[in-house]
Each structure stands twice: as structure tokens, then as C-alpha cells.
Design a protein around this ligand. Structure first.
Ligand code: CP
Length: 324
């Protein structure tokens, strides 16, 4: 094992992508390369999507143990557009419901010559645990891990910001919502810190605040108006009720919208050309107003569009590194 591999088990000895677990530990040059590759896999809406034969003969299995629309659909499309065999798993119909362990499910599919596992799970550490138990030829991609990491979301957010603002350096980025439970906030925070000298402002209501140890470089506040002022990027996050036991302490949707919603009035405080983002799923008129979500400053549709290209780039990278 050389220094690169010891430093970051996501990379192989040549510094190529072996698994994707988190953005932390990847270099600016490496992430720039992934984003550039994603751009090369993109065509305009209305045109036929980009296709490649790079994954012909390879098999990609989606293991989603939490609900998903965007991530799952875009990984499925990315695999198909790279000519892979794509194995969809309906978790409710799998033998895990009969008591089979996660690893036995992985071993079963590995025996069927799956090359890439795309994993979403509510427990922290599951994607890394799978990497420690698969054969060396198999790659594992984190498609959303508890409140810990969502690296392909982080990459598509970086891609969207870079395209809209022309840079990933010197930006003020304000993320508003349930930071305490947000893997999206964790990944964009890691990505922005790698890519440049960016100011990250994290706004959350009482009880949903970020752990300061996880965000040593961010400004943590509950003053939304101050945090939105002069921002280049505003990102709204939903409240992750599925991760909150004491729901009775939450404010009503109307109260939340008044106090923490991204509204047209609040958006006026940001830079005139600020962009508005949301990773989805979106609760209109709770964390973001309908007119802002659909307005000229919104890049929410572009985030979804970029998600397929980013996942193609990541699948291509691990294929070249591990499977050729
Ligand atoms: N942003 C995101 O992860 O959305 P899904 O839960 O729909 O995949």
C-alpha cells in the first residue's frame, strides 16, 4: 500500500478512483477532472442524451435501503447511458426482508459478477463497510449515507455552482434548513473547502443546528436575513422528519416558512445574480416559496440535469481505475 492509498482508501496506488465514499480527501485537481468529465457527458435538454460504451459488459447494482427519486433514477440512467447492465433492486422484495444480512446480500450479488454497488443506507459507515468486504475488482459508490455523506450530490452541486458563477473560489454560500441531519450540507461543505477560499454560512432553527466540530470553517447562525445578505448561492434544505424522533418540538410548516423559508423578499437581500438551489425533495412553501423555486434565479432543474452527468463521470472513473 503506498502513501496515496493509506491517506485515502478511495484512491488506488495510481491515485485513481477506487470507491467514492466522501469528497473529503480528494484533491481540487481530482474534483475538477470529475466535473470536466461530467460536462463532457452533457447535452442540452431537448437533445438526445450523451452515450458511451465504456461500461459495456459491466454490471451496476443499485442497493437503496432508503427512498430516492433523483439519485436512484440518475444512477440508473447513467449506467444505461454508459452501456452497463443495470440491476435494479426493490428492497421491499429482496431477501433482506427474510432476515438476510446486508453482507450476505452483497456477497450474493457479487457472485453474480456485479462490478459496482451503488449504496444508500440510513446508517453511517455502511458504504465503507461494504468496501472492506468486497473483492478488489468491485467498486462501491455512496449514494447517500445517513446524515454523513452524499458525495455525488456534492459533486453535482459544485458543477451547478461552477457553471452558474464561473468559479468555485471566493464565493459566499448560504445553506438554510435542517443542517443537523443533512448529508447534503456535509458534502457541499467538504467540496467548497477543497475547491477554493469560500465562505460558508449555515442557517438553522434551534434544535436543528450543525455540530460546530463538523463545520470548523463555517459561520453557524439562526439569523437568516444576515446570512442571506450579499450571498452568491442560497441553498434551501428540507426538514428531515424521518431522522427526528421528537417531532412535537418542530414548528408548523407556516411558522417555518415565515422564519426560515427562502422567499422572494429574502432573496432580494442576496446578490442580484445569486442562484437558488435545493437538492430535493422539495416542500414548496415550507423551506422555499413556489415563485422562488420556479423563478429566474433558481437552478434546481439544472442540479437534477447535472446529476446524471456527474454519475456517468463517477461510474466511468471507477471503471477505468478498477475494472479494465
Ligand atoms: N437529492 C437527493 O438525494 O434526492 P433523492 O432522495 O430523491 O435521491
Amino acid at each position: 500500500m503506498n502513501d496515496t492509498t493509506k491517506l485515502n482508501p478511495q484512491l488506488d496506488e495510481a491515485g485513481r478512483l477506487r470507491h467514492l465514499l466522501r469528497l473529503k480527501g480528494l484533491s481540487r485537481e481530482f474534483i475538477t477532472g470529475l466535473l470536466d468529465r461530467a460536462v463532457s457527458y452533457q447535452t442540452q435538454l431537448g437533445e438526445p442524451p450523451a452515450r458511451d460504451t465504456l461500461l459495456k459488459g459491466r454490471t451496476v447494482a443499485n442497493l437503496f435501503f432508503e427512498p430516492s427519486t433523483r439519485t436512484r433514477a440518475s444512477f440508473e440512467l447513467a449506467a444505461k447511458r454508459l452501456s452497463a447492465d443495470d440491476l435494479k433492486r426493490d428492497v421491499n422484495m429482496s431477501s433482506r426482508t427474510k432476515g438476510e444480512s446486508l453482507l450476505d446480500t452483497v456477497y450474493t450479488l457479487q457472485a453474480m459478477q456485479v462490478d459496482v454497488f451503488v449504496v444508500r443506507d440510513a446508517s453511517a459507515g455502511i458504504p465503507e463497510y461494504i468496501t472492506q468486504n468486497v473483492i478488489p475488482q468491485v467498486a462501491v459508490l455512496n449514494a447517500g449515507e445517513a446524515d454523513t455523506s452524499h458525495p455525488t450530490q456534492g459533486l453535482l452541486d459544485l458543477m451547478t455552482i461552477r457553471k452558474a458563477r464561473g468559479t468555485l473560489d471566493g464565493l459566499t454560500v448560504t445553506v438554510i434548513g435542517d443542517i443537523a441531519h443533512s448529508r447534503v450540507a456535509r458534502s457541499i461543505s467538504e467540496g467548497l473547502a477543497i475547491m477554493g477560499d469560500n465562505e460558508l454560512r449555515l442557517v438553522s432553527p434551534q434544535g436543528l443546528n450543525a455540530d460546530p466540530e463538523l463545520y470548523p470553517q463555517a459561520h453557524l447562525t439562526s439569523d437568516i436575513d444576515a446570512a442571506v445578505r450579499d450571498a452568491d448561492v442560497i441553498m434551501a434544505l428540507r426538514i428531515q422528519k424521518e431522522r427526528i424522533k421528537e417531532k412535537s418540538s418542530l414548528m408548523t410548516s407556516m411558522e417555518y416558512h415565515q422564519q426560515f423559508g427562502v422567499t422572494e423578499e429574502r432573496l432580494q437581500l442576496a446578490k442580484p445574480d445569486a442562484i437558488v438551489m435545493h437538492p430535493g425533495p422539495m416542500n414548496r412553501d415550507v423551506e422555499i416559496s413556489g415563485p422562488v423555486a420556479d423563478g429566474s434565479q433558481s437552478v434546481i432543474t439544472q442540479q437534477v440535469h447535472n446529476g446524471v452527468a456527474v454519475r456517468m463521470a463517477v461510474l466511468a472513473a471507477v471503471t477505468e481505475a478498477r475494472l479494465s
